[in-house]
Structure formats: C-alpha cells, structure tokens
Design a protein around this ligand. Structure first.
Ligand code: ADP
Length: 402
C-alpha cells in the first residue's frame, strides 16, 4: 500500500509517498511560494537527485496536481499512475476537542475541521485546501486527517484550563490544546522502544525544539501537559514567537507603539522570540556563531531560551512525580550538542548527566546520557510523516481491498 502524505501550509506543500511494506519513502517534495511570484517545486525520488521545477502555482490544487505529475513522471516518477496511490494522509493542525485521534475524512469530519478554523485561522484553512484538492483530484481514494492537537487531548482539565472566566471555555473553547502532538508521540514511542520498555510504564519529557518549539510531559503513555496553548504562540521562546508573556504587556504595547490587534499579533508571532532578543536572527546557528564572536545579545537570546527549557523540564518532573527519559528532537534539538548540553547542565539532581562524547551527534538517534544514568537522555530525529502514514495505513487497510 502506498500512502501519499500531504502537509499544506499557507503558501507551501510538503509531501511524501511512502510504501508501507517496509515503511519506505519512495519520493518526497516541497512546493513553495504558492500564489506568489517565483513558485517552485523540489521533487526528490528516493536515492536520486532533487529535481527543481519553476512553475506558476496559483493555488493548492495546482500544487497537488504538480506533485502527482512529478510522482508519475516517466523521467523521475516513482509510480506509473495515480491509481498506485492507495490512500492520502493529511496533517491537520487543529482538531479542537472533537478529534482525539486520526480519522477517515467524511463530509461530517470536513465540517468538524472547518469548525476549528475559528480557533486556528492561520493553519486549518490551508489544510482544508489540501484535503479538498486531493478529494477532487483523487476521487474515491480514502483520505485521513492526522491532527497536531490529538495526542494532547488526554491532558486533564487542571493542565488545560486558563485562569479566565469558565464561560470563555464553554462559549469559545478557550483552553490549552497544545501542538506538535504527532512529533511528541513519535519520539516518546521511539524512546520507549530504545529503552526496551512500554511507553505506558514510563514518564517522558519530550523537547521539540525547532523554529516552533514545545515541550510535553508524557506520563505512562499519555500527554498530561504541554507548553503550547490555545495557539502555538504560548510556552517557550521560539525563533520569532515570544512564547508566554504577562498578558498585561499586550494592551500596554498596543497603546505605546500604536498597534492594532492584527499588528500586535504579528509582532508577537514574527518579530519576537530569539530574533527579537538578539536583534540578529531567528536561527540558532547564526546566534551560536555570533555569540562565539562576542555578540552579547545573541548570547543572551541563547541563555534565555535554554533557561526557559530547563524551567519547563523541572515543572514537568514535578507534574509527573519524576521522569525516566528526556528526549530532544526537531532542528535544534537534533542538531545542537551545545544547546542540549546547556539545557541539561544542572539537571544532575534528577539522576542524569549528558556524556559529552555521546552528545556529539547531529540528526541521528542516540542515547546521550552517561552509562547507567537513572534518567536517560536521547536525541531522536522526529518523523511526523511516518506517523501520518502509519495512522492512514491503519485506518485504510480495513476499507481498501488490495
Ligand atoms: P520548523 O519548526 O520550521 O520545522 P526545524 O525543526 O526545521 O523548524 O528547526 C529549524 C531550526 O533548527 C533552525 O531555525 C535552527 O535554529 C535550528 N537548527 C538547525 N540545524 C542546526 C544546527 N546544526 N545547529 C544549531 N541549530 C540548528
């Protein structure tokens, strides 16, 4: 069975075609600048060179058509025709309280995803464009939605409720939802496998540290708390997002800097975070080299970020009554020995310590704690596409006769 995994952003589409016998990626691709000048498609058949196409891509439907054209191309395709795509798995950012797991997309599910657009106006609409495009192009092929929020639906009320009048939760669904669920679930499962234990017997803290960053407390197989909230703006300081701040700062800045709601939203999402503190870049690679050259504000941005992650780890140890493993994943978590060391430095009281030699790893799965540490530390590259493909396969194999 071949699963087409689709992840639509507002101006981009990431895709993979995965053969589920052996979970083999047959090809992957990235479409960028949809609806803008200079749109491109980068298509990489497994083990081959990337093909770079410059095409006019006015909308997501044209984008999906192009991706399928690339997958079925005589020159660099990996399948003969569209009929070899057995199912489609879509990443959907927000599933609200309704979707606690991945689901087969029906008209009722579509209405449910549409209803979540109100709480995820930036993310859910492009996800829907992708779903609608695939449903139109691949009529009859089953489509599955995999939600970023679903894994965190196990959080108890004490973790997801804000200190606002309860009616705001009832009326508008204002509560913590959490994101990156697919990633947290995948790395926690892998950590359990590497420890040769069952996830249901472990307390795991997973640190997804990329441009967007979040931490989750996964107690005995269930997410019981996570740092992102009603939107992906809460929690850690991120590349360009502020993370948590005193809410009173918002009206204060709006007044002082003469900003309206849209402008303050943009300010907190795109101009804050480590970019805002350093005044230099949202990329940790730039900050690490600038700090090495003596740039104080880059050093400060790094320090603030690491401090915040450490504080969350401590908080989640308390929330779970202990911890068995800490996992680092995503761009920064997988690739920065320096940041991992900085975060874990001082956590020895938990019964763990990073082994400096083992920590010299980038983008590879490895245990990096010292031998016989009571609390294990892992680097585990995330693989959200694989989780989407697996869920799609598990849901669709019951309905597809192969
Ligand atoms: P996204 O949230 O966009 O998916 P990624 O998970 O790809 O983000 O992470 C991207 C970020 O990871 C970059 O902005 C950069 O800060 C960080 N990063 C990637 N590689 C390295 C590296 N070798 N050293 C330090 N930081 C890195």
């Amino acid at each position: 069975m071949n699963v087409f995994v689709v992840n639509c952003g507002s101006s981009s589409i990431k895709y993979q075609l995965i053969n589920m016998e052996g979970e083999r990626v047959m090809a992957k691709g990235l479409i960028e600048r949809i609806g803008m000048e200079g749109s491109t498609l980068k298509h990489t058949p497994a083990g081959k060179y990337t093909i770079d196409l410059k095409e006019e891509i006015p909308d997501h439907k044209v984008g999906i058509r192009l991706a399928i054209k690339a997958l079925t191309s005589k020159e660099y395709g990996v399948i003969k025709d569209m009929s070899e795509i057995d199912a489609v798995g879509h990443r959907v950012v927000h599933g609200g309280e309704r979707f606690t797991d991945s689901v087969l997309i029906t008209s009722d599910v579509l209405r449910g995803i549409e209803a979540c657009c109100e709480i995820a106006p930036l993310h859910n609409p492009p996800n829907l464009y992708g779903i609608n495009a695939c449903m139109e192009i691949m009529r009859g092929t089953p489509q599955v939605a995999v939600f970023d929020t679903a894994f965190h639906q196990t959080m108890p009320k004490v973790a997801y409720l804000y200190g606002l009048p309860y009616e705001m939760y009832v009326k508008y669904g204002v509560r913590r939802y959490g994101f990156h669920g697919t990633s947290h679930k995948y790395v926690a499962l892998r950590a359990a496998e590497l420890m040769q234990e069952h996830m249901n017997d472990l307390r795991i803290i997973s640190c997804h540290l990329g441009n967007g960053a979040s931490i989750a407390a996964i107690k005995y197989g269930k997410s019981i708390d996570t740092s992102m909230g009603y939107t992906p703006l809460e929690g850690l300081i991120m590349g360009t997002r502020s993370g948590e701040i005193d809410p009173a700062i918002i009206p204060f800045l709006m007044e002082k800097e003469n900003m309206n709601a849209q402008q303050i939203d943009d300010y907190l999402n795109r101009r804050s975070g480590i970019l805002g503190i350093s005044g230099l870049s949202s990329d940790f690679r730039d900050l690490e080299s600038a700090a090495n050259r003596g740039d104080d504000r880059s050093q400060l941005a790094i320090d603030v970020f690491a401090y915040k992650v450490k504080k969350y780890i401590g908080g989640y140890v308390a929330a779970m009554g202990g911890v068995d493993a800490i996992v680092f994943t995503a761009g920064l978590g997988e690739n920065s020995p320096f940041m991992r060391d900085k975060i874990c430095n001082g956590l020895e009281y938990l019964g763990t310590r990073i082994d400096p030699d083992l920590n010299q790893v980038r983008g590879k799965e490895r245990e990096i704690s010292v031998r016989r540490a009571r609390v294990k530390i892992f680097v585990i590259p995330t693989n959200e596409e694989l989780v989407i493909a697996r869920d799609t396969y598990n849901i669709c194999r019951r309905i597809i006769k192969l």
